[in-house]
Structure formats: structure tokens, C-alpha cells
Design a protein around this ligand. Structure first.
Ligand code: PLP
Length: 347
């Protein structure tokens, strides 16, 4: 691997006490190019402009997929990444649906681990802090014909982040716009899925909500995801989450939380969840918790769910399931609890 180090680090320009989310990018990036049917040599270089003309394929035809994961500073000072193999597998699934050539697990892991070693100082210390990692893969040929790109670029950026949604959020059950349809690309982290969701989210925000609670594309009767997070409910003591379909992104946080809950002996159901069922539980008082699950926020408690002008209030207890999984995941990530599932990879 070719490694070119920055002449000077930018780390002293960062206020780690007020870090925000997604505002800062670390000193170095990793990238590797696919051309003539094979991946070339990976390189690490200082973060900066990329040299592509305006004919860049991904900008016109959207062959672009990404991942999101985090590295943590453990209590003994070591740095460990949470489940990077699962992110690699999902990047391959996303890429395959968009006809993007697969990046081997070896190139992905070597690039990732070497980049983290070079920028290790950027991994912050602190309970809610981590280094966000953004691997992405896009068509990088330059031509303007609607056909697949011939060249592709895989790259990784990182940046230190703090807590995402610190407060419980209010979500609006969306009964008009659709994020994903059957047979489409909803289960992939395709860039266009996010571009297509911003408008509906902005409408919900004008009405005072933080996020959209997406429903199925046919009847708008079944719940799917909360913004860019999977969603779960505690209904009369049972942890219930929509079953995965090709319209739902298979979150690694979702999978980890279901694994933890099952290991505690908590009843878990992956199935369809209708708006009607939620309303019934809300009126009986058995809608005990609702929360989003995703890498950025980990667990994002929901304390209000709006539907057609009415608000269902949801408790966001400090001693509930959401807070328990959040604390358990934090303990595993920071090396305080035994990593029985083998989720952490030290750099
Ligand atoms: C990334 C993402 C999630 C959460 O996935 P994690 O692997 O837990 O980060 C859920 N839904 C959508 C639409 C996403 O893009």
C-alpha cells in the first residue's frame, strides 16, 4: 500500500468538547480504483480534492453506495471497530444491486485498518464519542451516456463525532411519500435513497417533527423505518420490529440489539407492524417504548408519533429497553463488558 502522510496534522484545529456530528474529517483518506476489470493498489493520502471532471459518472447516473460504522477508544487506550465485516458484506450487497464490482474483503479490511492506524490520534475518548467511518463506492468514469460506469472508486473517510440525537425525537408517520418500493433498492445504502428522502423529511420538520416514520409503499399502513434508522417498539413487554424485506435496510445496530435482547431472554418479534396496531397499544397504554436503531445515534428514543394530525405520546423511560441496550453496547464497544459475540476488531 502506498502511504503519503500529511505534512502537518489538522487535529489541533478541532474542539473535541463541541464536536457535533459529521462536521470534521480526519487528516487522511484511503482510496483504490477499479479499471480494466480489476482493483489497483490502495493508497492513503492527505484528505483533499479529488481530480474528476464534471462528467463524473456517479453524479449523473447514481451508481454510488456507502457504509457507516464506528471505531471506539477503549478504556485501556486501544482502538477497536464495531463489526466491520458486516459493513463489508452489506457494501457488497448494495454494490451488487447497483451493478458495481465487488471490493474484496481483504482490500476493504486492509485499507480500513491501515487508515485507522495512520489517523489513530483522531479516535476521541469519551462515552458518547467515536470515530465515524464512511466507506463508499462509486462509478468514476467520465462520460454522459446512461450505461454503467467502467471505472469505479472505493474510498474511506473518517471523522470524530459525538452524540447524534441527544434528546428523544418526535416522528411523523408518512402516509403520502415513499422511501422504497418492492423490487427496488431500499435495502441498499444507495446514495439516491437519501436524496429521495430529504423532501419528505423537510415537510415533516416544518410540521415540528424530527423525522419521518416511513410506511409501506402500497397502503401506507405498515411501519418500515424511522428516517435512516430501523425502528423498534416495546409492545406489552415484547420487543417488536418490522421484519426485513427488500424495502428495509438490514441495520447492523438492529441485528446487534435483537441479538442482545434474545440473549437476555426478552421476547423478540420480527414481523409486520401496522399503524392500527400501534394506535391500539397507545390507547391501552401498552405502547411502552419506541426507538430508532442505527450507527449514528445507536439508539434514538422516540417520545411522540404523529399520525394524520394526532400525536401518540410514548414513554421514554431511563430504565427501559432502549437505555439498557444502549449502555450494554457502549460497554462492549469501550471494552468494559466481555465481547461474547466477537463484534470488536482491534486495529
Ligand atoms: C444505515 C441505515 C440504517 C441503520 O443501519 P446500521 O447498520 O445500524 O447503521 C437503517 N436504515 C437506513 C435507511 C440506513 O441507511
Amino acid at each position: 500500500m502506498n502511504i503519503q502522510r500529511a505534512a502537518e496534522s489538522r487535529i489541533n484545529t478541532i474542539d473535541f468538547q463541541n464536536i457535533g456530528f459529521g462536521q470534521h474529517i480526519s487528516d487522511h483518506t484511503f482510496d483504490v480504483v477499479f479499471s480494466n476489470d480489476s482493483w489497483g493498489e490502495g493508497r492513503i493520502k492527505p484528505y483533499g480534492a479529488m481530480h474528476h471532471g464534471l462528467g463524473l459518472h456517479a453524479l449523473h447516473y447514481g451508481q454510488a453506495v456507502f457504509e457507516g460504522m464506528k471505531a471506539y477508544r477503549q478504556d485501556d487506550g486501544h482502538v477497536a471497530v464495531f463489526r466491520p465485516d458486516a459493513n463489508w458484506a452489506r457494501l457488497s450487497r448494495s454494490g451488487s444491486r447497483l451493478l458495481i464490482p465487488e471490493i474484496s474483503k481483504e482490500i476493504f479490511m486492509e485499507g480500513l485498518l491501515e487508515l485507522l492506524r495512520v489517523d489513530e490520534a483522531w479516535v476521541p475518548t469519551g462515552e458518547d464519542m467515536s470515530l465515524y467511518i464512511r466507506p463508499f463506492l462509486f462509478g468514476s468514469s467520465e462520460f454522459i451516456t446512461a450505461r454503467p460506469s467502467e471505472e469505479y472508486t472505493f474510498a474511506i473517510l473518517t471523522g470524530p463525532v459525538g452524540a447524534y440525537y441527544a434528546q428523544p425525537v418526535k416522528v411523523k408517520i408518512e402516509d403520502h411519500y415513499t422511501r422504497a418500493a418492492s423490487g427496488g433498492v431500499g435495502y441498499t445504502k444507495a446514495a439516491g435513497n437519501y436524496g429521495g428522502a430529504f423532501y419528505a423529511t423537510a415537510q415533516a420538520q416544518k410540521e415540528g417533527f424530527n423525522q419521518v416514520l416511513w410506511t409501506d409503499h402500497v397502503e401506507h399502513a405498515y411501519l418500515e423505518e424511522a428516517g435512516t434508522m430501523n425502528v423498534a417498539f416495546v409492545l406489552d413487554g415484547v420487543l417488536v420490529t418490522p421484519a426485513l424485506t427488500d424495502r428495509i435496510l438490514a441495520g447492523i445496530t438492529r441485528d446487534s440489539i435483537l441479538t442482545l435482547a434474545r440473549s437476555w431472554g426478552m421476547p423478540v418479534e420480527e414481523r409486520k407492524v401496522s399503524v392500527h396496531e400501534l394506535q391500539e397499544h397507545a390507547s391501552k397504554g401498552t405502547l411502552q417504548e419506541a426507538f430508532g436503531m442505527g450507527t449514528a445515534a445507536v439508539v434514538s428514543p422516540i417520545d411522540g408519533i404523529g399520525y394524520q394530525g394526532k400525536m401518540m405520546d410514548v414513554p421514554a423511560p431511563q430504565d427501559g429497553v432502549a437505555q439498557r441496550v444502549k449502555k450494554t453496547l457502549a460497554d462492549i464497544r469501550h471494552g468494559r463488558a466481555e465481547d461474547v459475540h466477537g463484534w470488536m476488531v482491534r486495529i
